[in-house]
Design a protein. Structure first.
Ligand SMILES: [Zn+2]
Length: 152
């Protein structure tokens, strides 16, 4: 069956009102001059996530179905997109990403040190979330030997 702009939009509506109804996002396909764009639109203030850009109608349809299948699988597993990443994920990302929207466009500000831990005030330039990144003292290593420093 040939995919048209109309059939693609109808399919998105069908998915949004059906399998994706209770998820945190909906799916949207838009036809632009360069081709089709497929994006996820979150129901909160999270900016849309573009899945495909400048693709053909058939590719857009495949992207839409893939996203819907993925969302359905996640829903069955009971892992609907949580609002914030877990501590483990945050650590794995080395505090380089916003714990809510995952962008690296974050502002790292003031650091305060207190008995083996450091707290850095951070905020997200994209979603506006503010949080404290917590660092704990881990080890020490010697820098230049003292004798070398004296000789120089
Ligand atoms: Zn964010």
């Amino acid at each position: 069956m040939k995919v048209t702009e109309k059939s693609l939009k109808a399919r998105c509506t069908e998915l949004n009102l059906g399998p994706l109804r209770n998820t945190t996002f909906g799916i949207k396909a838009t036809r632009l001059n360069a081709g089709y764009t497929v994006e996820l639109q979150y129901r909160d203030a999270t900016p849309p996530q573009i899945l495909a850009e400048s693709v053909t109608a058939a590719e857009a349809a495949a992207t839409v179905e893939g996203a819907a299948a993925g969302a359905a699988a996640v829903k069955v597993a009971g892992l609907d997109k949580p609002e914030f990443v877990t501590r483990d994920t945050f650590i794995r990302q080395a505090a380089e990403r916003c714990p809510k929207c995952a962008t690296k466009d974050i502002f790292s500000g003031h650091i305060s040190v207190d008995k083996g831990s450091m707290i850095q005030k951070c905020s997200c330039q994209r979603c506006g979330l503010a949080w404290n990144s917590i660092y704990r003292l881990d080890d020490y290593e010697l820098s230049l030997p003292v004798s070398e420093m004296v000789e120089r």
